[in-house]
Design a protein around this ligand. Structure first.
Ligand code: AMP
Length: 288
């Protein structure tokens, strides 16, 4: 498309991001974790073309780790619906709404929380979709109904996704990853008992917090989560492919290798999105 040429010459920001070029302060995500009552103290730096990403992938492919790395390297805020549920679970029971208590029961069984509950939670946090640093949605959407609701909301809010990354891995590898995954109870850093062990057994390298196995990483929950993924979430791959947004990334190798493989795949998407914005702006100017 001719527009690509215009956008390259007019681009007001660096075309390529690398970890060494850009450093961002870690966003505290309070508005996302707490909902409308919470306000972020640390907001990502602004960008003229913030990344707006959705990460897809079966449980255990490392979406959460990739979201954290992408946040570090691209600056966009890491928005995980699973983190919202886990955060609610740390609050005293009297502070939890009945819907949130019900959601946590689904989560512990490895089942999906009903669409209506998840949508209510995302809808009331829609200001986070306007975060000046952009966003990385991790674990949402997980069903076609959620994807369609998100799409309708984004059109209404005048925002568009830059890309949807699908992390792909064979099922046997996924099961091995989930069984060995351990999380720090304090800083939430993620380890693996054989692939990425901590320096001192059972303790976090960063904050010395105790490592634990997530309830939903236990074998009975893992089986349900993988079946649920195939049935409910895998159809989103073709949904976003048809929209021209899908980027497939092999989730093999170290987390850094996977991230380094992801970013070059994303760059042309942002370029395309930016070109489209310029084109719409030029058309609007011509019409007035
Ligand atoms: P995650 O950390 O993304 O693996 O999410 C942990 C659990 O939270 C999932 O197994 C579900 O029970 C629940 N959950 C998180 N996000 C969603 C969603 N978008 N739709 C339904 N359930 C969700």
């Amino acid at each position: 498309m001719q527009l690509t040429v215009i956008s390259i010459t007019a681009m007001p920001f660096p075309l390529a991001y690398t970890a060494s070029m850009t450093t961002f302060s870690k966003a505290d995500r309070i508005a996302w974790l707490q909902g409308p009552s919470g306000h972020c103290d640390v907001v990502p730096d602004g960008s003229s073309a913030p990344w707006m990403l959705v990460l897809l992938g079966a449980p255990g492919v490392g979406k959460g780790t990739q979201a954290a790395l992408l946040h570090e390297r691209l600056g966009s805020c890491h928005l995980s619906t699973g983190d919202v549920f886990r955060h609610a679970g740390t609050r005293p029971e009297c502070d939890q709404s009945p819907a949130m208590r019900e959601a946590m029961a689904y989560m512990l069984r490895g089942e999906l929380v009903p669409d209506s509950t998840v949508w209510e939670l995302v809808r009331e946090r829609k200001a986070c979709l306007h975060c000046r640093g952009g966003f990385i949605l991790d674990g949402f959407p997980r069903t076609l109904a959620q994807a369609e609701s998100l799409q309708t909301l984004m059109v209404r809010e005048g925002i568009a996704l830059t890309a949807v990354v699908s992390y792909e891995l064979p099922p046997a590898e996924i099961v091995a990853r989930l069984a060995g995954r351990r999380t720090c109870e304090k800083c939430k850093a993620v380890y693996h008992v054989t692939e990425r062990p901590p320096k001192s057994a059972g303790r976090c390298d960063h904050c010395d917090g105790k490592l634990f196995q997530r309830e939903d990483d236990r074998p009975e929950s893992v089986k349900v989560r993988l079946e649920t993924y195939d049935r409910s979430t895998a159809p989103l791959i073709s949904y976003y492919e048809k929209m021209g947004l899908l980027v497939r990334v092999a989730a093999i190798g170290t987390a850094d290798e996977i991230c380094a493989r992801t970013i070059p795949e994303l760059e042309p998407r942002r370029l395309k999105g930016f070109a489209e914005k310029l084109w719409v702006a030029a058309e609007n100017r011509r019409d007035t």
